[in-house]
Every structure is written in C-alpha cells, then in structure tokens.
Write a protein of this length. Structure first.
Length: 387
C-alpha cells in the first residue's frame, strides 16, 4: 500500500499543496522551505493513530495549532490534510480528509477540534466517516478523530493500521552511542537512534539475522577492511553492534557501535530501516555523513530492496544531494520540487510539470542539475564575499 496523493491546506510552510506520490519520492528545496514539514504532515496522521497518540497529542508535540498553521493563512484558518491510499495492487482504495482548528482561549485550555473528517472506500464507494453529523456533535466529541477510537474504527482497521505502520528515519548517531543522552525525551521519535538497538534486540531472531546478513554484505563494499558485523549483548544484557576489522593482528580488532563513525552508523540504520516493514518509510537526508560514491547508489539500493519485498514499499525522502538526483534511474515524476514565495508560503510541484524538464531529459543533462538550478538561492555566490 502507498499514499498516491496528498493535499495540504494551511499546513506549516504550505498555504496550499497538492501532489501525486510515486513509490519512490525525492523531495528537494531550499533550506527552510518545508521539506521536513511536508513529511511531518504524513507523520501527523501516523501520530493520531499510534498507541498513546491521538489528535490532541499530535497537536501538542508540535507546540499547538498556532505553530502548525501556515503564517500566510488569512480568511480561512482551518488546517487540512487529505490523502489517497492505494492498495497492494496499486488501485486507489481509501480517501481520507481531516480538517481541524482549535477551540478555547482566555482562561480555557486551547484544544484541537475536528471541523471535518471524511473516510471513503474508493473500491466499493462506502463512506465510513462523515463528520460532523448535522453539527450535533459536542466540542468534546470533536476533540477526537474516529481514527483513534477503537470502538469505532474496527470496520476500517486496514486503513488505520496502514497509517500506524508508517515509519520515520532520521538517525542521530549520538543517540545510538548513548541512548541515555540529554537528547532523549518522552516525545522522542522512533528511529532517531534512541531506541534503535533495543528494537533490534526485540526483533525475531531469524528476521534480524537476515537483515544483518544483507547489511554486512553492503558494509564489505563500503568498508573494505570490515571482516564481520554481528549483533550481541554484553554481560549486563545491553545490546550492541560489534564489527571486526582486519589489521596486522591475525584476529583483527573489534569495535562496538560507540566507536563506529557517524557514516557507518547512519548506513547501518538506513539499510536496517529499509528492510524493516512494508508500509511507507520517511527518510530525512539519508546522504548525511556518507561518501558521495555511496550516496550515488542510494536510489538503486532503495529500488532493489523495494523489488525484493513481498509488498513493494513506498520510500519518501528529503535530500540536498546532487549525487542522488543525478542517478539516471530517477524519473522526473518521482521528484517533488519546493520553491518559496515569501508572501504565499512554499509551493511544491512534481518536476515533470516543468516545461524545461523535457529539454533537459532529451539533452541527457543530469536531472540534478535542473532541480538544483531551481532551488539554489539566487545570491548564493555572494556568501563568499560575506565579511
């Protein structure tokens, strides 16, 4: 299953946005243009349905409605997220729309409130959610989506489970090395690295070994002196990755993850996450800390892992990397380009819709050159003159 279309209204950087999403999606744009915020709209829906989540929690961890709402919003202050989800045969199966705002103020606590919630099965035409019902629902009832209510969502659990299994990766090596660091908070995000080793420990041993075998093969290429990568626990039961590197000693030298480079840790986390699950995965700048020769291969790695899974997995990532976008296997419809309008917020478009893209493709100019000509700051050259 995958998200095939998303529409946003008044969501953070985006006053309005509507784009199609392929199985691979590469999101490109200037700094602070909204790449991460675009991914966060999908995470927001996931946070509503996950255990311990819900609409109020999803809004609270983003510091409230005022921080979510686009600053360019004028007459209409409602925030909307709408998606189309395709099934395993890539046929449109579900349409969901959530529109929300806030109620309260003064001495009352500000609470998120549902203005519209709609869910339709596109294959049989059945409407499962259509709220509010004749405006008779109380404000308290509207503080909760039907997605998060187990007593109501049983008949559309397939859709709820799909959202709940969306994963997110922005692995921070420091958190893998020291899970108890000051960066750990109760609102920490899965796969930042905070719980990575523990998640591996709790996984089915046969599955974990299969994942690790593939990762070890990749690391043999990326790290020529690597002899072996294993997952183990120490005498206190603390889980660790342990790598053996060849050197002048016959047995080599062993290092645990706290001694791995940032690039090694990020590559292990990336390869693990791409194998772990069948629902969409959201990646933040996977090129960070990796050698450009490895970065160039990331689109191919993603494609090959997608092909090998029993259910093709959607991968949506943000990037600033020329090396990634110059990969000749990337199609223009897979690239979403964010541009910035100071008055109307950010705009996001499929690169295939730019007329110039066809000229670039016909002339065999790398796609990345076109994309970055659209996103580079106009006066970037002046930075070298900055004093």
């Amino acid at each position: 299953m995958r998200i095939s279309k998303i529409k946003l209204v008044n969501w953070k950087n985006f006053l309005k946005a509507e784009v199609n999403l392929q199985y691979r999606v590469f999101i490109v744009g200037p700094n602070a243009s909204g790449k991460s915020n675009f991914l966060d709209a999908i995470r927001f829906l996931r946070d509503i349905v996950k255990q311990g989540g819900g609409l109020q929690e999803a809004v609270q961890i983003r510091d409230g409605i005022s921080k979510i709402r686009c600053v360019a919003a004028r007459k209409n202050s409602d925030i909307s997220i709408s998606i189309i989800v395709n099934d395993a045969t890539d046929t449109p199966a579900w349409e969901y729309d959530l529109t929300f705002n806030q109620t309260g103020g003064g001495i009352s606590e500000l609470r998120a409130i549902v203005k519209r919630e709609f869910l339709k099965n596109l294959k049989n035409g059945k409407i499962y959610i259509k709220r509010p019902y004749d405006n008779k629902e109380s404000d308290y009832q509207l503080e909760f989506t039907f997605l998060e209510q187990a007593s109501i969502n049983e008949s559309f659990r397939e859709f709820v489970d799909f959202l709940g299994e969306i994963s997110y990766l922005h692995l921070i090596p420091q958190l893998v090395r020291d899970p108890k660091s000051f960066l750990k908070t109760s609102k920490g995000e899965d796969y930042y690295g905070r719980d990575f080793l523990e998640r591996v420990r709790l996984m089915n041993k046969k599955t974990a070994k299969a994942y690790l075998t593939k990762i070890e093969k990749a690391l043999h290429i990326a790290l020529p002196n690597l002899k072996e990568l294993i997952f183990t626990t120490d005498e206190l039961g603390v889980p660790h990755f342990e790598a053996t590197f060849s050197q002048w000693r016959p047995q080599g030298v062993k290092h645990q993850e706290k001694h791995f480079s940032d690039g090694t840790l990020r590559l292990i986390g990336l390869l693990w996450a791409l194998q772990d699950g069948s629902k969409p995965i959201l990646l933040e700048e996977p090129e960070l800390s990796l050698h450009s020769a490895i970065v160039m291969q990331l689109p191919d790695i993603i494609y090959k892992l997608q092909k090998k899974k029993y259910s093709k997995r959607q991968v949506i990532l943000t990037t600033h990397s020329h090396e990634i976008l110059n990969n000749k296997g990337i199609a223009p419809e897979e690239v979403l380009l964010i541009t910035v309008d100071g008055k109307e917020g950010s705009k996001i478009s499929e690169s295939i819709k730019f007329n110039e893209i066809r000229t670039y493709m016909q002339s065999d100019v790398p796609l990345g050159d076109f994309i970055f000509s659209k996103t580079a700051p106009k006066n970037a050259a002046q930075l070298s003159l900055f004093d």
